[in-house]
Design a binder for this molecule. Structure first.
Ligand code: NAI
Length: 416
């Protein structure tokens, strides 16, 4: 019987239907499930994961279990757990889950501890909390390798590698083309707007939306905000990204200049102190603040709460905060708004991200002796194979290089 700490096991039937629905949109993972069921590549392997407990993660966990793994799941954010999914994983699929939506930070770290103590051979992480924990507690002796899902986690891992403190090889799933080009851009783009709309139900058309960060996530958020009719202002610290935003047709300025102009502010930088009290002082009455970067440090939420004259939850995932004599509205406590106020990315993009996760586990197990304690990206062939499989599930066929074309592309002599 699976071990668990979930909100309510009786939510399982709702969770199961939603997991199955997500599964129908995840063709690549469905293909891998069939293959894993036959070949059992994870037989005898213990896998501990810290991932957002969503319907898509459920399908990844099921795929790993079908491949023979013993799987333990903790969340990767206290607000992102879907309680019905957690219940169904335990009851219907026999997978151990330790996650409750809205739990305290202490309880969140208890869950990370719980899965760390299972002597995992492989860990799957999203943001680096599990990786940090096993390193700081010396719980890495059985670990053959790990994976990391997001930009912020990869930045942390590269810092560990640089300092020579990483204790096992890690695959930076985030850096696969079939991950960041789709998940970060189209996934975060759509789901961030989805979170803000579910929390506020506002009309976006005609509003001024200020997006901080024009990386892969920021580009997606801007694209979707524009599609809904917003005027977009971008803030950046990187001159190349700022220029790109400018030539893509957006207004680019400093946050200080944008603060009095914006109706909605969205941070997606992976950095801290992007919107501070200094900026909030300059904002209009009624401004809406949301973050989609990994940690809740992009907007100064602590400062907001500390200086608030009044504070109340007025809708699910939306707080009214009276500060400096006006009201500002904060979505999902400044945590990832797409996961806190909505359901995270659509299944179709998570299909590719999680195919990368599953194939990274297989790659780590097959190549352990050739890997050092460093951060790796998934081999190009696997990345391309995932893209080919995705195209196949979408019914899209593409041309193939002829022998003549291959020769032409690899030669420096053939000019005409
Ligand atoms: P990225 O590195 O491609 O882009 C981040 C951008 O923010 C860069 O262009 C950087 O120059 C800019 N930036 C940094 N500090 C800034 C500041 N103070 N003001 C304005 N811009 C600043 O990273 P990516 O992939 O777009 O990820 C961004 C964040 O979103 C990370 O924390 C990542 O982990 C997270 N993420 C969240 C997801 C979600 O589901 N909400 C999904 C994927 C990633």
């Amino acid at each position: 019987m699976a071990e668990y700490k979930v909100k309510d096991l009786s939510l399982s039937s709702k969770g199961k239907k939603r997991i199955e629905w997500a599964g129908t949109r995840m063709g690549v993972l469905a293909h891998l499930k069939k293959e894993f069921e036959k070949t059992k590549p994870f037989k005898g392997i213990r896998i501990s994961a810290s991932l957002h407990v969503t319907t898509e993660t459920a399908n990844l966990m099921i795929a790993l279990k079908m491949g023979g793994a013993e799987v333990y799941l903790a969340p990767s954010n206290p607000l992102s757990t879907q309680d019905d999914v957690a219940a169904s994983l335990v009851k219907d699929y026999g997978i151990s889950v330790f996650a409750v939506k809205g739990e305290s930070n202490e309880s969140y770290y208890e869950n990370i501890k719980e899965v760390s103590l299972k002597k995992p051979h492989i860990i799957l992480d999203d943001g680096g909390d599990l990786t940090n924990y096993v390193h700081s507690e010396g719980l890495y002796n059985d670990i053959l390798g790990g994976t990391e899902e997001t930009t912020t986690g990869v930045i942390r891992l590269r810092a560990m590698e640089k300092d020579g403190v990483l204790k096992f090889p890690v695959i930076a799933v985030n850096d696969s083309h079939t991950k960041y080009l789709f998940d970060n851009r189209y996934g975060t783009g759509q789901s961030t707007l989805d979170g803000i709309l579910r929390a506020t139900n506002i009309l976006v058309a005609g509003k001024t939306v200020v997006v901080a960060g024009y990386g892969w996530c920021g580009k997606g958020v801007v694209m979707r905000a524009r599609g809904l009719g917003a005027r977009v202002i971008v803030t950046e610290i990187d001159p190349i990204k700022a220029l790109e935003a400018y030539m893509d047709g957006h207004t680019v300025m400093k946050m200080e200049e944008a603060a009095p102009l914006g109706d909605i502010f969205i941070t997606v930088t992976g950095n801290r102190d992007v919107i501070t009290l200094r900026h909030i002082k300059l904002m209009k009455d009624g401004a809406i603040l949301a973050n989609s970067g990994h940690f809740d440090v992009e907007i100064d939420v602590k400062g907001l709460y500390r200086e608030a004259e009044e504070r109340e939850e007025i809708r699910p995932s939306l707080e009214r905060i009276k500060i400096y004599g006006k009201n500002v509205y904060l979505v999902a406590q400044g945590r990832l708004c797409n996961l806190g106020a909505a359901e995270g990315h659509p299944s179709e993009v998570m299909d590719m991200s999680f195919a990368n996760q599953a194939l990274s586990v297989k790659f780590l197990l097959e190549n352990r002796e050739n890997l050092e304690n460093r951060v790796y990206t998934i081999p190009e062939e696997i990345d391309r194979e995932i893209a080919s499989l995705k195209l196949k599930t979408l019914g899209v066929k593409i041309d193939e290089l002829t022998e003549e074309q291959k020769k032409y592309l690899s030669s420096y002599k053939e000019g005409t």
